[in-house]
Ligand binder design. Sequence first.
Ligand code: ZN
Length: 145
Amino acid sequence: MLIKDSKKARDTELLVRFTEWYCRSHHQNAKREPLVSTGTQAGIYGQRIPLLCADCAEYARYAEQRTELCRHDPKPFCSACPIKCYKPSMAAYSRQVMRYAGPRALFSRYWRQALSHLINGRRVGRRAPATPPADYPQAENSNND
Ligand SMILES: [Zn+2]
């Protein structure tokens, strides 16, 4: 369970807020509902439950689960992590969301986190092995597509 206000919870909240921005601008015609997930149950989004379409909600739940299963302590930003543990379809979703939301975050109330993300991601990212070790914990119902 993600613990409210832990670093993992804060990183997850940021990622899902980004997803919410992305969804709002890209999926206007989809039905968007308050997210139901272990993260919302744990209260990591506070009173403002993210509104997401079905696809974005699936991604958000996946991201929560990956973060929860992350072995690193402290957890690095995923972009800076040597273990890329997302399955390819979700990694692609993540890139789309970040490409849209990353630059916008610098002008939001999340700018501090976004800036440190940018700096840390640049410094240690981009030299990662492509696949996680075989014994890395897999999310439930994850399939390798
Ligand atoms: Zn969406």
